[in-house]
Every structure is written in C-alpha cells, then in structure tokens.
Design a protein around this ligand. Structure first.
Ligand code: NAD
Length: 412
C-alpha cells in the first residue's frame, strides 16, 4: 500500500463516522499544490549531483501550512503527500492555527559532507522560496535535517525576501529558535504516555517500555520516560537493539549517543540484539520512533506489547492496525502522539513574530497544556463514540478542517 493510501484509509474511516459527503472528502483529501524540483549541486570533488526535491502543500483552511523537511533516500512524492496530509490532521487535532505541508529530498544526507549538505539546501531554497513564507508555508526539521539545515534555509530565503526568521522553525536557539524545540517531540511523547497510563490505571514503574529509534524523537522520549520512572528495557537504532530486562541506564546512553555522532554503535552497557528484535519483545509499551510502516500484517501477530504510542509518522499500516485492534492493543496515533514538535514550532513562530523570547519553563508548561487538552478531547471522543483513539483523533481533526473550510465559503 502506498503511504498516501494508508493515510487516506484512516481519513475515510473517520469520514464514514462523520457521514461526510463524497465531494467534501475529495476536497479535503486533495492537496492544494504539489511541487517537484530539480536540485543540482556541486560535490566537493567538482562533480554535479542531481536529485529531486519536493514540497506538498496539503490544506490551508485553518492557517498557514506547516510541515517538516525530510532528507532520506526513500523520500518520494507519494510519501511527502501522505506526510503533508498527516500534518493537516495533526495541527487540527492539537488546535494550532495552521494547515499542513511537507517537503524533502530523496538523498541520504550521511553520504554528503557538511558543505555539500549546505549547498544542496541552498539550491532547494532557490527552487521553492516563492511558495514558502511566514504567512503561507513554514518548514521545520524532520528525519535527516536539523537546526543547522534550518539556519541555512532561513539565510537563503532571506536573501530573496529580507529578514523574517518566522519563515522556518526548529532554528538554533541563538538564531531565533525556541528553547525546548529540540526535545519537544520526544517530551510530548513522554507526557502523553504518562497521561495514557493514568487513564488505563497502570503505574509507570509497572510499564516495561521499548523504544525503536534513538534519534531526536526516540532519545528525548526515552529520557523523559526514564526520568518518570518507566523501566525502559530496550532501545534501538540502525546499529541494533540494546536490552536490559531490569531497565537501561538511559541517561548514560543519551550522553554516549551525543558524543558518538548520535549513534549507539559500540555502547557496551547492555545486551545487544538485532535491530528488528525490539518490536517483538515481551513488554507493556512499544514506542516506534524511527521509520514508517514498521508494523505491518507480516509482523502484527508477533507484537506482544499491550499499548503502542506512534512517535514516528505512520509506523503502523492499516492492515496491522486492524489486527492489533482485534487483539485489544491500544494505539495512540501519530497525529496526536508526535504533535509536541509542531506545537513548540508554533511557539517559536509566535515568539519570532512578537520579537519576544519565552523561558524554557514557559515552553514546557504551554506544551503540557496544549497536549493535555488535545489528549482529553480525543480520549472523550473515543469513549463516547466507542471508536479507536485513531478514529477519534481523525474525527476531531477532520471536523475542524471541515468547519474552517465551510466558514471560508466552502472551498477552503
Ligand atoms: P532522526 O533521524 O533524528 O532519528 C531516527 C532514528 O531512527 C535514528 O536513531 C536511526 O538510527 C533510527 N533508525 C533508522 N532505521 C532504523 C531501524 N531499522 N531500526 C531501528 N532504528 C532505526 O529522526 P527523528 O527526527 O527522531 O524522527 C523519527 C520519526 O519521528 C520520523 O518518523 C519523523 O517523521 C517523526 N517525527 C519527528 C519529529 C521531530 O520533531 N523530529 C516530529 C514529528 C514526527
């Protein structure tokens, strides 16, 4: 199944519940604009490398479009299209005044030197600068991009349009970034895990947890949960799974990974298993925080966790979702679970526009407040209508986009 087919399937399940007419479904699903551009840049040895860059702007009924930039070899138009629509539903479910977009380049950034990465980013901006801006479409980091890439992006965009740091979020703190943005997605995952456990009457100390991926999201989620007394028994990255049945020393692993170029390779304080072993461990809570489509109909029956929190975008495909639901496994869906990042991106944009800076405490408090409210709304909707948390989240989101579209005169 193509990524956009999966996302649209979840959309239709919620739209059925809302008894939404066919013409409106088509209007809400169809992206406003899809752009594919040539990104040709010079390698350090003088060769010219040509790759494809994408920006999909899905919907702007609720505000300027917002969504990350992904540099990864699997990036293609369909994946970007799916991720752009997820951003529309994500910003709506947490009630940020934004629509959804996404972009990226189909390349492995680890194969580039820093200078090559910068040149490629600047050429990409040359190609798309006219369609992004603080009031139209605001990019942010995603897999394979970071605050440095955001800085180059902003600098190149400002060469055309003048000073305006609100054009992009996830910038370095000393260059108009927000305190707490780096940790925000992982912290949000952790905050929501605590709220979910309270609702199902499980104490953190009883919740053996495994987290796939130890990058930006996975490492900060692990740290938050470790500090909240969850026994984190396994974490993984591309180099493998690191396991300790009594609980890992996450703070030690966190510092190790930072010193080791964001990799766990070589960490010796835990038992080492193959990377794919993590998903099938005997645990209570599973948090996929790496790639999409890691739980499919092939391995869904082997999942032993009782609860899944989707920190990555689209880690559970619809066939697996159905199988897991039939076994009573509860899933907190991506559009809510990983919304902490876009929420703090919104705070960054607000600060940039007001030329004002918030303290880290304020950022954390407002994040907790925004996610708590969204979680409670989704939980109540799910309980009242006896639908899954995913369908409840999509219903809330789609309902809000529908209302904004109607208020604007019917066509968004
Ligand atoms: P990242 O590039 O910082 O980290 C990805 C991690 O996944 C790395 O540790 C990598 O080693 C690991 N990984 C890759 N393949 C793996 C495999 N087969 N098995 C185990 N680990 C593997 O990316 P990130 O920013 O942490 O994003 C992770 C996910 O979260 C993505 O789906 C992204 O779209 C989503 N997300 C990120 C943010 C954000 O703010 N960064 C916000 C919302 C959603």
């Amino acid at each position: 199944m193509q990524p956009s087919e999966s996302t649209n399937l979840y959309f239709h399940i919620a739209a059925d519940q809302l008894k939404m007419p066919e013409w409106l479904r088509r209007l809400l699903i169809t992206p406003k604009r899809e752009v594919t551009v040539q990104v040709a840049f010079e390698r350090d040895n003088g060769d010219v490398e040509t790759v494809l860059g994408y920006r999909v702007q899905h919907d702007n009924a609720r505000g300027p479009m917002k969504g990350g930039l992904r540099y990864h070899p699997t990036v293609n138009l369909d994946e970007v299209r799916a991720l752009a629509s997820l951003m529309t539903w994500k910003t709506a479910v947490v009630d940020l005044p934004y629509g959804g977009a996404k972009g990226g380049i189909g390349i492995d950034p680890k194969t580039l030197s820093k200078k090559e990465l910068e040149r490629m980013t600047r050429v990409f901006v040359d190609q798309i600068h006219e369609i992004v801006g603080p009031d139209s479409d605001i990019p942010a980091p995603d897999m394979g991009t970071n605050h440095e890439v955001m800085s180059w992006f902003r600098n190149q965009w400002e060469k055309y349009h003048g000073f305006n740091p609100a054009v992009i979020t996830g910038k370095p703190v000393e260059e108009y970034g927000a305190k707490g943005r780096e940790e925000a997605t992982g912290r949000g995952v952790g905050l929501l895990a605590v709220k979910l456990l309270k609702r199902i009457n499980v104490r953190p100390e009883q919740c053996r947890t495994a987290i796939q991926g130890f990058g930006n999201v996975g490492s900060h989620a692990s740290k938050f949960l470790f500090e909240s007394a969850f026994p984190v028994v396994a974490v993984s990255d591309v180099s493998g799974t690191y396991f300790n049945s009594k609980g890992l020393n996450i703070l030690e692993m966190f510092s190790y990974s930072i010193k080791n170029n964001n990799r766990l390779e070589g960490y010796s304080g835990a038992e080492k298993l193959p990377a794919e072993a993590l998903l099938e461990l005997d645990i209570d809570l599973l948090i996929p925080a790496a790639l999409g489509d890691v739980i499919t109909k092939e391995n869904a029956d082997k999942i032993r966790a009782k609860t899944i929190i989707e920190a990555a975008n689209g880690p559970v495909d619809p066939e697996a979702d159905e199988k897991l639901a039939a076994r009573g496994i509860m899933i907190l869906p991506d559009i809510l679970a990983n919304a902490g990042g876009v929420t703090v991106s919104y705070f960054e944009w607000v600060q940039n526009r007001q030329h004002y800076r918030w303290s880290l405490d304020r950022v954390r408090q407002e994040l907790d407040h925004t996610l708590s409210e969204a979680f409670e709304n989704v939980w109540q909707q799910s309980a009242t209508l006896s639908v899954s948390l995913r369908t409840a989240a999509f219903m809330l989101a789609i309902g809000r986009v529908q209302r904004a579209t109607e208020l604007a005169g019917g066509t968004g």
